[in-house]
Design a protein around this ligand. Sequence first.
Ligand SMILES: [Zn+2]
Length: 244
Amino acid sequence: MLIDKLWELQQLQLDYRRTEHLLEESDLSSMLSQKIAKTEEQLTGLRGELEGFKAEEIRIGEKLDELSVKVHEAGAKLGKEEMSEDKVQKLEEKMKKLTLEKEKIEDAQGKNFHERQDVEDQIRALELLREKLRNELDNLPKSDAESRAAVKKSLPALKKEIAARKAKLPLKSKLIFESLSEKFSEAPIARVENSTCDYCHVKLSQKTLFNLHHAEESGNGDAEELIRCEVCGKILYAGTKDRE
Ligand SMILES: [Zn+2]
């Protein structure tokens, strides 16, 4: 019967779609893996920078301590020792120079601190991103490269098979099947279960059910044999059992 052929054709179309979808997911998986690797790389770079800032912070701290000691020593000398005016002036100049140097280093300390914070913020953001990408990857179905290649290889044959079967269909039926396939994502046929269309779940009218059971007798082998759901418009398939 024509409807059986169409039903098989729909199964093939759905197989094709599922396979394509599977391949898309596995493309997505390799894309995510690449993104994660890139994020790791950036993280390693930033952690290196962070170590640099930490080392610099220690160096600056030591330098500041050193200067503080020198300023303190000079100050103590100035207060205690009897010395010539010339010497006092020199010592004061030295202290002024030391203080300026200290201020400069304190500026550098502040700058280093802010840059370090900036790097730490970037690291935190990247760690969150990596976490998010890892979760996405974990939630994808797994498929190894080998089975993926086999699946990809099977697609052209499936496509050919579908085209060959379509070519054998009566013209009107073929056109209806194709336009409904487009409208309903490759699934133009709905099964009838308990007198109900299993796509829109509406109880079919007595007239539709009658036509469904007598389609073969009344039809001429083309579109007249195809009974459509009055609500969603899909072609109805009663299955061999239900037809008796
Ligand atoms: Zn329906």
